[in-house]
Design a protein around this ligand. Structure first.
Ligand code: ADP
Length: 548
């Protein structure tokens, strides 16, 4: 076959090779075979420049005795003929290496060497290298062939990298689509949960002064847990809207931690995992935080540790929670003697929806929410883990410069109790349990109380009488709470007060409603005293006794 036809065949084979789905190492091996044939070389290598270390890494090699170069040590940009090509991005031909100062001898048989850079968008990506056991071996035609093959492989690598980037972009778009679908789902669920939670919390509050101590303790527990669940719902809504949850106070971090650990301790005991804690008793470790969020963080980290220990079947498993006070910061460390993580897992744990847990057990949201919460608090979260050597998460919080409210101030607030009385009151809510609860709350302190389940019903009552205070749910079947207030406010010639109850306090319509002088918004689930304070026009913080 004439040499031109041979070369066209080789070029076609190379083109097919570079367009294939084969791994790059296999493409490199095929390319070297063709290159050795076309240039009648004895050896060849395909090297890639590691941009971080400037090392030239051999991806493929061809020819006899290649074990020696492979074990001869590491080669860096600037070293030898190959290193010079990697540094300057220009083809280099040496037809008598014994006279070339740049040449680094690896194989004694080599007499000539030719190298061409593999350049992608002007940058040296790697080097193609061939050598021959003959002096004066490489002439122009060989050099053109080497350069052409280097250019073809460069364009194939560039194409592959672009496709890879596109795939990653598509993946992240799909991920963010998933996130927004998840956000909608969470928001819907949170709204649904708000009504029953408001009813549970409020009803328990109605009976809080019950004289039976056992009953009283049970109600306290119900209220505490309903409040916790309510806060979680708020956080879910915040997650769905990707907003920071602002309800913060300056707290002594030790007790906040201990409360969280008390909640989780029974679960660990049940699974046979011990919980070791070291939390120094100090009043000076004040952190500005959202208690529910920080407890959620601790519970998540400890639960993850316990689940990792149990799923690996580790006996004598333990989780330790240690607090290390510093001058202007406090560190918390949650460590375990579980299975630890491979680097690949470790690199993904903060990605939303990444989980290694079996279906139904993990959502893959815990650590991404945890990291957002810590960042939101001005803190830092880091992790150390090795397979077989357990895992350790560290959180560092800045200490607060603000002071906590003194016990005396808190007591003074509580003692400022007074009775409330409303001449006439209209309540609109489509939830039967909330209507029942609000009836119990307001009936003893109202002369005239009308409770209805829709705005249309309320309109019928409001035709000929006005009310001093109207408390309405926002979302109602038919006309909603805001539309009702707007309709009635025009009709009544009184200084009525309107209170909107909603779980969607951040919507634009609610914001507009809040701006009106005689309108207030109470977020679900709410404390009854907050609703009473709003109804009486007092500030949110003042205490009000329930005349029940
Ligand atoms: P989920 O718990 O729903 O899987 P997370 O975001 O909380 O979601 O955790 C993501 C993944 O991180 C887990 O599936 C697990 O692979 C890994 N992980 C987290 N904590 C530990 C730990 N202490 N030990 C080993 N793996 C862990």
């Amino acid at each position: 076959m004439p040499p031109e036809s041979h070369f066209i065949r080789s070029a076609t084979a190379l083109f097919e090779l570079t367009q294939s789905d084969l791994p790059l190492e296999e493409v490199a091996i095929g390319l070297l075979d063709l290159l050795l044939q076309e240039t009648h070389s004895d050896h060849g290598s395909f090297l890639r420049v590691n941009p971080d270390t400037a090392e030239l890494v051999i991806l493929a090699s061809a020819g006899p005795d290649w074990e020696r170069p492979l074990t001869a040590g590491r080669l860096f940009v600037g070293q030898g003929i190959t290193g010079a090509v990697a540094r300057f991005g220009k083809t280099y031909v040496s037809n008598d290496v014994s006279k070339d100062a740049a040449y680094v001898r690896v194989l004694s048989s080599v007499k000539s060497e030719a190298c061409a850079p593999i350049k992608i968008r002007g940058q040296v990506w790697g080097v193609l290298n061939v050598d021959s056991n003959e002096t004066g071996h490489y002439h122009d035609q060989h050099i053109s062939k080497i350069e052409m093959m280097a250019a073809m492989v460069a364009s194939a690598i560039d194409f592959r990298e672009r496709i890879q980037k596109e795939k990653e972009l598509t993946k992240s778009l799909v991920e963010s689509d998933k996130l927004s679908a998840m956000g909608q789902l969470v928001a819907g669920l949170a709204h649904e949960l708000n009504n029953p939670l408001a009813a549970i919390q409020g009803t328990a509050e109605l009976f809080k002064d019950n004289s039976d101590p056992e009953f009283g303790d049970a109600l306290k527990l119900i209220r505490k847990q309903a409040r916790r669940a309510g806060n979680l719902v708020k956080q879910l809504l915040a997650f769905a809207r990707m907003e920071a949850f602002e309800d913060r106070s300056v707290e002594n971090i030790g007790p906040v931690l201990e409360d969280a650990l008390e909640l989780i301790r029974p679960q660990l005991a049940c699974e046979g995992v011990s919980l070791e804690t070291w939390i120094p008793d100090s009043d000076s470790l004040q952190v500005e935080l959202n208690v529910t969020q920080i407890q959620q963080v601790i519970i998540n980290l400890v639960t993850n540790a316990q689940q990792a220990i149990c799923s690996a079947g580790i006996e004598d498993g333990y989780v330790s929670v240690v607090m290390e006070p510093g001058e202007d910061r406090v560190a918390l460390r949650v460590s375990d003697n579980g299975p630890g993580m491979e680097k690949k897992t470790l690199d993904s744990i903060f990605t939303p929806f990444f989980t290694t847990k079996e279906k139904g057990k993990g959502t893959g949201l815990g650590l991404s929410i945890t990291r957002d919460i810590i960042r939101d608090h001005g803190g830092e979260l880091s992790v150390q883990s090795q397979p077989g050597e357990g895992t350790s998460f560290s959180i560092v919080f800045p200490l607060s410069q603000k002071k906590t409210r003194s016990a005396a101030e808190a007591g003074a607030d509580r003692s400022e109790k007074r009775e409330v009385h409303f001449p006439n009151l209209l309540i609109i809510d489509d939830e039967q349990s909330i209507r029942w609860m609000l009836n119990r709350l307001f009936e003893p302190v109202t002369n005239r109380l009308v409770i209805v389940s829709s705005a249309e019903e309320a309109l019928a009552h409001a035709e000929d009488t006005s009310f001093d205070v109207v408390i309405s749910d926002f979302h109602l079947p038919g006309m909603d709470g805001i539309e009702f207030v707007e309709t009635i406010d025009e009709k009544w010639d009184t200084d009525s007060r309107f209170i909107l109850i909603t779980g969607d306090a951040s919507s634009a319509r609610v914001d507009k409603f809040r701006d009106r002088e005689n309108c207030r918004v109470v977020e679900k689930p709410f404390e009854l005293k907050d609703l009473l304070n709003c109804a009486t026009g007092r500030s949110k913080d003042s205490g009000v006794s329930l005349a029940s």
